[in-house]
Ligand binder design. Structure first.
Ligand code: HEC
Length: 117
């Protein structure tokens, strides 16, 4: 076997390994996304929702109206879809916040992260 041939093979192997590594890194960051989304949702909730809602995992006070996020999260009827639909329509008593779809996802992921089971 000639040296140039071996050189080509090793370059091909290096490129293949680099591609694999790249794909794995992308997957790793994809897997990390829900956590980032939950913390982004927490920041959004603190800025936009905490004025009315109790937003933490342990509700400061048990108010029924507006319901604490932890109470909303733990209702059996609450799903990602039901929350998204609610956030897409307007709150009765809430000044109409314009929530971008990715921000709604973050808020929904945050609220659902308060589910206890
Ligand atoms: C100005 C006060 C106010 C703010 C700010 C506010 N809410 Fe509300 N929210 C309410 C009230 C009052 C209710 C209950 C009545 C209703 O459904 O409109 C409610 C209900 C909800 C519900 C539905 C609960 C159910 O019974 O199904 C969700 C989900 C919710 N809010 C999420 C949010 C999120 C997320 C934010 C921040 C982006 C937010 N709210 C900001 C006052 C507020």
């Amino acid at each position: 076997m000639s040296r140039p041939f071996l050189l080509h093979v090793s370059i091909a192997v290096i490129v293949a390994l680099a591609t694999l590594l790249f794909v794995q890194l992308r997957n790793a960051s994809g897997a990390a996304q829900p956590f980032d989304s939950v913390s982004a949702g927490h920041r959004l909730a603190a800025a936009w929702c905490s004025e009315c809602h109790s937003i933490e995992a342990i509700a400061a006070e048990a108010t029924l109206e507006p319901p604490a996020f932890v109470a909303i999260a733990n209702r059996t009827s609450t799903t990602a879809l039901s929350l998204k639909v609610f956030l897409g329509t307007s709150h009765r008593n809430m000044p109409n916040l314009i929530i971008a779809p990715n921000e709604a996802d973050d808020l929904v992921n945050y609220i659902l992260s308060l589910k206890r089971n």
